[in-house]
Write a new protein. Structure first.
Length: 116
């Protein structure tokens, strides 16, 4: 008789644990779907395209002085800075460090071979 009551308690525990697992999984899926759905109150962050008839004009916020004839060969971004690798027609290489927010050149380094 003790075994029967123990088995009955075990069955009740297994069934209730199964119900808790199913409800917990359903709640988790519900919360994940709610989190992924866009909010109706939040403004859209998608870029707004100008009307097709509007002319495309570039807004120039400043100038970046470079060595005469220099061309940008490569660039990299780090934090709030842009690092440009420049090459002149004479074969000289330069590194220019530019503030990404303002476009102001912070540093210009000429790359030269090491002297021994």
């Amino acid at each position: 008789m003790v075994v029967d009551s123990w088995l009955r308690s075990l069955k009740i525990f297994v069934v209730s644990a199964g119900v808790v697992l199913v409800l917990g999984t359903a709640a988790l899926v519900f919360l994940l779907v709610q989190r992924g759905a866009p909010s109706r109150d939040a403004p859209s962050t998608a870029p707004v395209a100008p009307p097709a008839s509007a002319p495309r004009a570039l807004s120039v916020s400043g100038e970046l002085p470079l060595p005469a004839g220099a061309a940008i060969v490569d660039l990299a971004t780090e934090g709030g800075e842009i690092v440009l690798l420049l090459r002149t027609p004479a074969g000289e290489d330069y590194l220019a460090v530019v503030d990404a927010a303002t476009g102001v050149r912070r540093l210009l380094l000429r790359i030269v071979p090491e002297r021994r």
